[in-house]
Design a protein around this ligand. Structure first.
Ligand code: RIB
Ligand code: CA
Length: 313
């Protein structure tokens, strides 16, 4: 079977970095057409820099990295240095990237790629706020029907919020963009906190990264050591939740995840619950199902896959 063509839209972020590495380590299943950076965990100049650092760490200076939107559609940018550190990739010391940033704007790249590939052949994998994706859909409505599927990390329902009591960070930063994406009619698979909070880097799992004996293994161990503080303090969890790699693992081994096809509607009005993903899990409304909302995963299977693939780099 030929590899699935994807665009990774991202705001690195240590967990984004692990997701990018997992994708680049899996060429049999995944062809990364390009990586588009968006403002999120840290401002755009850092997310585009960090995306290039990760590609170089994987030895993939050939991957095209694009800079996209530097602010949400209408709201002021909210960042997450309190989780990811000032650079967004705090933890290990990292060299500045040497590979070039593409000239073309990320939104134009997304539009051109969807127009120039056969209909239904390109999957979008947003790992941050949905600003680039929504802007592409607004600027070129014709490309919406060309998207094979959107597999995104974002939202929360039973797990409630991580940036406000009601909202998960990616959705909260740009709720208007998320609303456009969830109402677009594109097939959507959602990896919410409900599942990513079950993908925890326990001591044994981080040890598996460390004992890989590779630069990638060392980096991933140091990144997860750094960004687990927030979740340990807030939730008392036993390690960092690997949010974004769940998106890529789904592309490789979808059977690791279980969920329900339900209606997911984004709160865009109320300041109290802004960015909440209201998932009709018990189907109590007549709102049509528009997303496969994941609720659980085989965590051991996920980490076995992740460790096996990262060891290849
Ligand atoms: O809420 C978790 C999400 O927000 C992850 O994608 C993390 O990288 C941040 O972008
Ligand atoms: Ca992210």
């Amino acid at each position: 079977m030929s590899p699935r063509k994807i665009i990774i839209d991202t705001d690195p972020g240590q967990d984004d970095a692990v997701a990018i590495l997992l994708a680049l380590a899996s060429p049999e299943e995944i062809e990364v057409l390009g990586i588009t950076a968006v403002a999120g965990n840290v401002p755009l100049p850092l997310t585009q820099r960090n995306a290039r650092i990760v590609c170089e760490l994987a030895g993939r200076q050939d991957v095209a990295v694009y800079a996209g939107c530097d602010a949400p559609l209408t709201r002021k940018l909210v960042t997450a240095e309190h989780v990811h550190g000032k650079t967004g990739l705090d933890g290990p010391q990292l060299p500045e990237p040497t590979m070039p940033l593409q000239e073309q704007h990320a939104v134009e790249f997304i539009i051109d790629t969807l127009r120039s590939n056969p209909k239904g052949s390109v999957t979008l994998c947003p790992l941050g706020p949905l600003t680039n994706i929504a802007t592409a859909f607004q600027r070129a409505p014709d490309v919406v029907e060309n998207v094979a599927e959107i597999v995104l990390m974002g939202g929360a329902y039973f797990e409630v919020g991580n940036i406000t009591p009601a909202a998960e960070f990616n959705i909260y930063v740009d709720p208007q963009a998320a609303d456009i994406v969830f109402q677009s009619g594109v097939r959507i698979v959602v990896m919410p906190l409900d599942v990513t909070h079950k993908a925890l880097v326990t001591g044994a799992r981080v040890q598996a990264f460390r004992t890989m004996g590779t630069e990638v293994g060392r980096m991933v161990a140091e990144w997860t050591d750094f960004f687990e503080r927030f979740d340990k303090e807030k939730y008392g969890s036993e390690g960092a939740p690997l949010h974004d790699p769940c998106v890529i693992a789904y592309l490789i081994q979808p059977g690791l995840f279980q969920g329900r096809h339900v209606n997911v509607t984004v709160e865009t009005g109320s300041e109290l619950t802004l960015g909440m993903t209201v998932a009709d899990w018990w189907r109590v409304t007549d709102r049509p199902p528009n997303a496969m909302f994941m609720g659980s995963l085989d965590a051991d299977g996920f980490f076995d896959l992740l460790t096996d693939r990262l060891a290849r780099l």
